[in-house]
Design a protein around this ligand. Structure first.
Ligand code: HSE
Length: 310
């Protein structure tokens, strides 16, 4: 049995993307977690966790997203070995850009490689989604699907599980702005309405359909017009100080659209790389928070290809 260490980069993802609550997801290039692992005789050990927010991440393998996802892969593959894991967080927890999703996807992908890649990509997603369910209190795969598969993903159905991935337009740039406020997914799901009106349903289906068409055809203008959410972001806006103001400054500095990332607090802005470099958007959001005595970290990034061995 080889005990060689291997390293996986598991990227941030943005989910929901307007009208696709728990359905749409997009892999980003940055930031990302690094999950390292090697085979051991038996069991799962987490020997190191470092990086932003790591002090609050459980080292108990039964409570940690990385190890829960890895254990599920070992179980499905009937593996006769265990794994020692080191976690280097690049994505702060409670960010809204899939921090726990990256951990879960990275753990599942790591174990998948150590098992000799016996599972299908969809099975790897399901192992990661199992960990999300245990740690975040809801079975949603809209972060782990793009994190494993890359690109823009759509979950057609959870029961039975079916996920489709497409390659987003090359020119689609992404600015991630993370204000200094923590929003836990559980807390952010607790404020959501349990029923929606037919009027909002019609609005969401129209925008969701057109967003998929625009992603497939590379119509950036239509992407900008189709990222709309009449239900979930309005319910969550109170959890993120200056959300509307940040979206407005992003729009006035060249964004195609600016919206709440996943369950928040990150603010995601799409821009056209052929005419902008994203800096004005990032700087304007940072300045807005600074004027209000709040810090805000930003990344100017693009769409990514998901987990990879580095
Ligand atoms: N779709 C999930 C939500 C993503 O919005 O609650 C959590 O990051």
């Amino acid at each position: 049995m080889s005990d060689e260490w291997i390293s996986i980069a598991a990227p941030a993802t943005t989910s929901n993307i307007g009208a696709g609550f728990d359905i749409f997801g997009l892999a980003l290039k940055e930031p990302y977690d690094i999950i390292e692992g090697r085979r051991i005789e038996s069991g799962i050990i987490i020997s190191e966790i470092s990086g932003p927010g790591s002090e609050g991440i459980p080292t108990d393998p039964e409570k940690n997203s990385v190890s829960i996802a890895a254990a599920e892969v070992l179980r499905r593959c009937e593996a006769d070995f265990g794994i020692e894991i080191k976690i280097k967080k690049g994505i702060r927890p409670c960010s809204g850009i899939g921090s726990s999703g990256a951990s879960a996807a990275g753990g599942a992908y790591l174990a998948h490689i150590l098992c000799g890649e016996k599972l299908s990509p969809t099975e790897v997603v399901l192992c990661a989604a199992h960990a999300e369910n245990v740690t975040s209190g809801g079975f949603h795969a809209d972060n782990v699907a793009p994190c494993v598969l890359g690109g823009f993903t759509m979950i057609r159905s959870y029961e039975p599980f079916e996920v489709i991935t497409i390659t987003p337009p090359e020119e689609l740039g992404v600015v991630v702005a993370m204000p200094d406020v923590l929003v836990a997914t559980k807390e952010s799901r607790a404020v959501l309405p349990q029923e929606v009106s037919v009027r909002d349903l019609v609005f969401h289906v129209g925008n969701a359909s057109c967003l998929v068409y625009a992603m497939m055809t590379g119509d950036l203008g239509l992407i900008g017009r189709s990222v709309k959410d009449a239900i979930f972001e309005p319910a969550r806006a109170k959890l993120v100080p200056y959300l509307k103001e940040a979206e407005a400054v992003a729009m006035s500095h060249g964004a195609l659209v600016s919206f709440l990332g996943g369950s928040g607090p990150c603010i995601i802005s799409f821009y056209d790389k052929s005419s902008h470099n994203g800096e004005a958007i990032a700087d304007s959001i940072k300045a807005l928070y600074a004027e209000n005595d709040m810090g805000c970290e930003t990344w100017i990034t693009e769409c990514g290809t998901g987990c990879k061995r580095i």
